[in-house]
Design a protein around this ligand. Structure first.
Ligand SMILES: Nc1nc2c(c(=O)[nH]1)N[C@H]1C(S)=C(S)[C@@H](COP(=O)(O)O)O[C@H]1N2
Ligand SMILES: [Mo]
Length: 408
């Protein structure tokens, strides 16, 4: 509960509490001093968003939640294990029946508005499994620390998205030759509730917007997108920071300049163009926009802390992804990175989907071990064993994932 509300309750009279709740508090005189009425407590976010109770709540204003590694074991991430990242307040009264999408901007041939139904019927539909990772995933490990949600490893998902190609809609409205960027606008509400402010409005270069897999999606895992994940219409641009994938999208601007909406400028979703020392101040003009996400992987089975019997092999599995690229090699180490052995790694089901790996590990004797996993992308770049380069906002931590194992 925030301070404002706590103070309010401390000072509140029974009459004012009743006014907030909308009913008399019949035995109100018996309430223990300072007691917080259930009706005034935050709603249960796990129930509210259909999330598994093992998910970790990072923030309630706005709602931010992440998964633990072992919860991400499914090949296709179900809603209950999908991280939730909001910059503002989830839109309150969405009516899909009168939802529209407007295409505008300096570089649109002619501003045009489509109803959701028009989009669904006029354009061909496609389904892709797309990896969405928050640019700040892994932020909690940086030192000196970076402000913002302290994501550990769980701000990544790979659901199956169904919708229409943004490129088909762009072709239908007509894009002028000078177009360089698209920027999304959405229906969520700024934390200040000032209607003139947007919580976030990011975008991508035209080349990314024109990729086959860049969707305007209306379904996730075969069902309407859950409200918190962008119902009824969401931009999905796999392989890039998930902040590019605008939820509750109602307008897309075709820009003749780099899009300049909130969280697109300054230091948001940017890293120093050249490496800097930890803690160094970096000028905004020396920060570059994050595009394709770096190579990364996650061991999703077993759960860290597993115990196995001596002489038994440990079966591990997980996923690996590499932004716009493919993962070409997957390895594990049980000796803190001194030697590495190969894991089997599958091809992605489609471009920009994560890939599955597995291995069967033999341990030489009883004791404590850590299994470290390391992916290498198709350009030969591997995950760093521990932390990658420090950056002021704590983005792009793609360090090797590690689990603890005891052989007993
Ligand atoms: N309209 C809108 N779109 C948004 C956001 C938001 O706050 N509002 N957050 C972005 C960020 S920073 C991330 S990481 C992803 C999170 O997607 P998810 O909540 O569906 O997992 O949505 C992106 N799209
Ligand atoms: Mo994000």
């Amino acid at each position: 509960m925030d301070f404002k509300r706590r103070n309010f309750i401390k000072k509140a009279t029974l009459g004012s509490l009743a006014a907030v709740i909308g009913a008399d508090i019949v035995y109100g005189d018996n309430m223990p001093k300072g007691y917080n009425l259930l009706a005034l407590q935050d709603p249960d976010p796990f129930k509210l968003f259909d999330k598994d109770v093992d998910m970790t709540l990072l923030n309630s204003k706005p709602w931010n939640m992440e998964a633990k590694a072992h919860l991400l074991d499914d090949k296709i991430t179900p809603n209950k294990f999908m991280f939730l990242r909001n910059n503002g307040i989830i839109p309150e009264d969405i009516n899909a029946d009168n939802w529209t999408l407007t295409l505008d901007g300096e570089s649109v041939e002619k501003t045009k508005t489509y109803t959701l139904n028009e989009l669904k019927t006029k354009f061909k539909q496609y389904s892709y499994q797309l990896t969405l990772e928050c640019g700040g995933n892994g932020r909690s490990e940086f030192s000196p620390p970076a402000k913002g949600n302290q994501w550990t490893i769980g701000a990544v998902s790979c659901a199956k998205w169904t919708g229409i190609r943004l490129k088909d809609v762009l072709a239908d409205v007509g894009v002028k030759d000078d177009a360089v960027y698209i920027g999304y606008h959405a229906a969520d509400i700024h934390l200040s509730r000032d209607p003139s402010k947007e919580p976030i409005s990011r975008g991508a270069p035209i080349a990314k917007a024109l990729q086959d897999e860049t969707l305007l999606a209306f379904e996730m895992n075969g069902e309407p997108i859950p409200l918190a994940h962008g119902f009824p219409l969401r931009l999905v641009a796999g392989g890039w920071p998930a902040s590019v994938s605008g939820k509750w999208v109602n307008r897309i601007s075709i820009r003749n300049v780099e899009h300049d909406g909130p969280k697109m400028t300054g230091s948001s979703y940017r890293v120093p163009c050249k490496p800097v020392a930890p803690g160094e101040k970096v000028k905004d003009e020396d920060m570059c926009i994050i595009e394709s996400m770096p190579v990364k992987s996650l061991i999703t089975l077993p759960k860290s802390g597993a115990i196995i019997d001596k002489g038994k092999k440990l079966e591990i599995r997980g996923h690996a992804w590499a932004g716009e690229l493919e993962v070409s090699k997957m390895e594990y180490s049980i000796d803190f990175g001194s030697t590495w052995k190969t894991c089997a790694v599958e091809k992605p089901v489609n471009r920009l989907a994560w890939q599955h790996f597995s291995a069967s590990i033999a341990f030489p004797e009883k004791g404590y071990y850590e299994v470290w996993a390391r992916a290498t992308d198709s350009q030969g770049i591997s995950q760093p064993m521990l932390l990658p380069g420090w950056n002021p906002k704590g983005y792009l931590n793609n360090a090797c994932h590690r689990i603890a194992i005891k052989v007993a």
